[in-house]
Write a protein of this length. Structure first.
Length: 560
């Protein structure tokens, strides 16, 4: 399975040319200067993102601080900071394109950050019927509710994948799923299309649901609080009316409002997208119950959007366009902040109102219009959800190899990851890696990982007689869907080189090969390198669907 030397060299040359292009591009795309005011969490400051559009839904740019008036509980508040985002549009032709890599080859090179982070939430908890109740909608041709849920979940994933494959270069995305009432992190912050597509493909459809509701929104708020700046939550769902509409659920919706408040405190704007598209029945066979249910779901999505300061998208079969519109709407906004009048967290509901001091007709403002005064530090993320937007590229290798941590780019590298075709050797261990004992009775597939990167990245110290000394650490860590460690492997190599060998090595790529045994199912493989001299780190994460039946390696041809 080894990467061909010529292909590797070309790929890495393209990577470094791309990196240099990104450096130039980034210098041309610097955001407008900050206002000079530093925001501190301890300052009890309320931050509100505001989207301003005209009568056709187009964003309005170049508004000034004095154009806005903000009130809390009806009392005017002086603005402490003001910033516009998304005002500068870069032509698509000016955006650098990443190098095209061979199949099963991944890189940790990241394009420059472009706009807010977009969290794509595939809600498979509320996109399925209750097991113990009748189908909420009459279905034609005897179609079962579970079949409908399965088809909708599959459709949503396919439409999300279609969008990812064409999304703008540099767009940062987090991919999560609500499965059986719990949040599952599929892919941490990345702009790598192939990684996101692979992560979306790992999710199996759920036709049987244990637990309903929106408790997972608290986990979304927790992971989002660790990411600086604005985040857009694109929530693909239906079936939420039973939790957000008092006329339908006959319940207290305060828990939902508090969950939405936690999201907005984490600077998350919510864009619900109806996973069903346009609902159609032959001969307009809509009963009163069906009409009420459908209307309730649309109203619920509007309620969710209003609570989260976003826009609801429904009554359309073009989910890909809905995603694009939501992301575009969330990329053009103004961020305002003011000092919170209450000095202590009292848990009370507070209203927010914003108006434009402008005579221009037809302008529309979208923002969160309330918050609950609750201490955000009490919403701590779960261990597997420790997301950060800007990881350190030096330092703690154990932390860098943790599940869902962002890509580290201190060392740039390619990695080819696929079932190994290396013939078994008599000297091979029975199991590669430190495998969790509960998996030792499972059928294991041996995966090969080939690292390849320009050797000139390796730092060396000078030794006697014009010699050079360096060292590298190569790490693999495999996690299950719940973020638990399945298997891991760490290897260190020393590089004492003569001057002639060192000079020759600088001209080409450095390659290293590891193998790791993995059980069947959904696996997230963390791959990393650390330079022992400079302490620089490079990592990436690859989602895998490990087959139930391991391939036969005994008949595999020797590697070239």
């Amino acid at each position: 399975m080894r990467i061909a030397a010529v292909a590797t060299a070309l790929s890495l040359v393209a990577v470094f040319a791309y990196a240099e292009n990104l450096t130039t591009l980034t210098s041309r795309r610097q955001p407008p200067p900050e206002s000079g005011l530093t925001l501190h969490v301890t300052a009890r400051e309320t931050v509100v993102d505001v989207t301003v559009t005209d009568s056709h839904g187009n964003p309005i740019h170049d508004l000034k601080r004095e154009d806005f008036t903000i009130k809390e509980d009806g009392k005017p508040q002086p603005l402490r900071s003001f910033q516009e985002y998304g005002g500068v549009v870069v032509a698509a032709s000016a955006v650098a394109r990443p190098p095209k890599l061979p199949p099963h080859v991944y890189t940790n090179l990241q394009p420059p950050a472009d706009g807010p982070i977009n969290i794509l939430l595939l809600d498979e908890t509320n996109t399925a019927p209750d097991i113990d109740t009748v189908c909420p909608f009459p279905l034609p041709n005897g179609l079962l509710c579970t079949n409908q849920a399965f088809e909708i979940q599959h459709l949503v994933r396919q439409e999300v994948i279609k969008y990812i494959q064409t999304m703008p270069v540099g767009m940062r995305v987090v991919l999560v799923a609500a499965v059986r009432g719990h949040l599952r992190l599929l892919q941490g912050v990345t702009s790598d299309r192939e990684l996101l597509v692979a992560a979306a493909s790992t999710l199996d459809s759920e036709t049987e649901v244990v637990g309903k509701g929106f408790g997972f929104l608290n986990d979304v708020a927790s992971i989002a609080s660790g990411i600086k700046g604005r985040k857009n939550l694109l929530w693909f769902t239906y079936g939420t009316a039973r939790y957000t509409e008092p006329e339908i659920c006959h319940c207290d919706i305060t828990p939902f409002l508090r969950a939405a408040s936690q999201l907005t405190e984490a600077q998350v704007t919510i864009y619900p997208i109806d996973a069903r598209g346009v609902y159609y029945l032959p001969n307009n066979n809509l009963s009163a119950v069906t009409v009420l249910a459908l209307g309730g779901e649309v109203l619920s999505q509007e309620t969710i959007a209003e609570a989260g300061g976003g826009i609801a998208y429904h009554d359309s079969n073009d989910l890909k366009s809905g995603i694009a519109h939501a992301i575009d709407a969330g990329s053009h906004y103004y961020t305002l902040s003011y000092a919170t009048p209450d000095k202590e967290y009292d848990g009370r509901h507070h209203s927010i109102s914003i108006k434009l001091n402008s005579d221009r007709p037809g302008l529309h403002l979208t923002y969160r219009d309330y918050y609950y005064s609750e201490d955000p530090t009490t919403a701590l993320p779960k261990p597997q959800f420790s997301l950060l937007s800007e990881p350190a590229s030096t330092g703690n290798m154990a932390a860098a190899m943790g599940r869902s941590m962002p890509v580290c780019t201190g060392l740039l590298f390619d990695a080819q990851v696929e079932p190994s075709t290396e013939p078994a050797k008599s000297t091979d261990p029975a199991i590669f890696g430190i495998l969790d004992v509960k998996y030792k009775s499972k059928p294991l597939t041996r995966y090969g990982v080939e690292f390849a990167f320009p050797a000139r990245q390796i730092a060396f110290t000078s030794g006697p007689d014009n010699t050079h000394r360096g060292g590298l650490e190569f790490d693999l860590a495999a996690y299950d869907a719940d973020g638990k460690l399945i298997n891991s492997l760490s290897q260190t190599i020393q590089l004492p080189l003569s001057d002639s060998t060192w000079q020759q090595m600088q001209k080409g790529p450095f390659r290293f090969f590891q193998q790791l045994d993995l059980p069947p199912g959904e696996v997230f493989l963390r791959v990393g390198i650390r330079d022992l001299t400079s302490n620089k780190i490079g990592t990436l994460e690859v989602p895998l669907n490990v087959p139930k039946s391991p391939p036969d390696r005994a008949a595999a041809a020797p590697a070239n």
